[in-house]
Design a protein around this ligand. Structure first.
Ligand SMILES: Nc1ncnc2c1ncn2[C@@H]1O[C@H](COP(=O)(O)OP(=O)(O)OP(=O)(O)O)[C@@H](O)[C@H]1O
Ligand SMILES: [Mg+2]
Length: 326
């Protein structure tokens, strides 16, 4: 493992390549009230790592601190304490901006511009040459599923929420960023739009981009993400790959035939009889030992499938656990 120069005091990372996002005990306290004497602790002590090429999903209930964390990473706000690196540079380093894309949670668009004009405006801010713009804008429109006719001819005040979301995604990608931050990218999209957004994210991933996104739509996260983290009331309560997290609770659903019912019940507490000597249930214990034992009993295995928790079930368990312990 080869540490990068400026990661002193950051948590150790495990992969060869330096992470794209690395934070150490980031904390954000908002001050509100007339005398700024009320404190809202929005993020408590957030240390996380996102690697190159990963699709990383940040989950949490409303008000958990997801947008706050994104804003800190993008230097839209300064942390109260803690440190962070994006693409190896400290938070606030301006040179990073040209390599990142951002879709805000509630993007503000200029109502009287067309989608095309708005994307051109953003492209201008990145100093992208007109020739490249003419090539890239139609490609992006196709990627996000917005027709060229709508983009060219309609002012954005006439766009639906889903159309605005698509313009937001297109402008986030105009600079061909290395890392894309998306705050609720599926918000306001119909099922076809969600599918297009999912495909767009997957094609970015296939192109080697790193995607960091906030979402409430756990079924989408489960299909897209390599790793996730869950925030609860500003606290990072877990993070890891979907396999690590959902696999922690893995059991096998087994179906078989024959064997000794009493012994089987020790292995499969919820054993149920199906028909013609067939039985099924969730295996508790080591799968290899069970198969050996079944063999000795003269039983047969028909099928054995991992019964993995859905992300929604895992999320609910974690939130519940946090509320009980926290
Ligand atoms: N500008 C602000 N001033 C004061 N408090 C704020 C500000 N922005 C956010 N908060 C508070 O910080 C907490 C976290 O807000 P944040 O927007 O990060 O949550 P979130 O996880 O993105 O929620 P959602 O899922 O609803 O988008 C909330 O309690 C919120 O009220
Ligand atoms: Mg938010």
């Amino acid at each position: 493992m080869k540490p990068v120069a400026d990661t002193t005091n950051f948590p150790a990372y495990t992969q060869e390549q330096p992470p794209v996002v690395l934070t150490s005990e980031l904390r954000k306290v908002y001050r509100t009230g007339f005398f700024l004497n009320q404190k809202i602790i929005s993020l408590k002590s957030c240390s996380l790592t996102v690697y190159k090429g990963e699709t990383f999903g940040l989950l949490g209930q409303n008000g958990a601190g997801k947008t706050t964390l994104l804003k800190l990473l993008l230097n839209i706000m300064r942390p109260t304490s803690g440190r962070g690196l994006v693409l190896g540079k400290p938070l606030g380093d301006r040179t990073v901006k040209e390599h990142i894309g951002y879709l805000p949670e509630n993007p503000y668009f200029y109502d009287y511009l067309t989608g095309w004009e708005f994307i051109q405006l953003v492209a201008g801010l990145f100093q992208i040459p007109a020739k490249v713009q003419r090539q890239r804008i139609p490609q992006l429109l196709e990627l996000v599923g917005l027709s060229q006719a709508d983009a060219r001819n309609k002012q954005m005040r006439r766009y639906s929420k889903g159309m605005l979301q698509r313009v937001g995604m297109a402008q986030a990608l105009i600079n061909d960023p290395e890392v894309v931050f998306l705050d609720e990218p599926m918000s306001g999209l119909d099922p076809v739009g969600r599918l297009q957004m999912r495909e767009a994210i997957l094609s970015l991933k296939a192109a080697g981009k790193t995607i960091f996104f906030n979402s409430h739509i756990l079924s989408e996260v489960e299909q897209i993400c390599d790793r996730i983290a869950i925030l609860a009331q500003g606290e990072l309560i877990c993070s890891g790959s979907l396999n690590e997290l959902l696999g922690t609770y893995n059991t096998y659903h087994v179906k078989g035939q024959g064997g000794d019912w009493e012994i089987l019940q020790k292995w499969i507490p919820n054993l149920e009889f199906v028909s013609h000597g067939y039985w099924q249930g969730e295996l508790q214990g080591d799968a290899y030992d069970f198969l050996a034992s079944l063999n000795l009993m003269g039983g047969q295995i028909i099928s054995m499938n991992l019964s993995r928790l859905s992300l929604e079930e895992f999320f609910m368990q974690q939130i519940q656990k946090y509320k009980i312990i926290g």
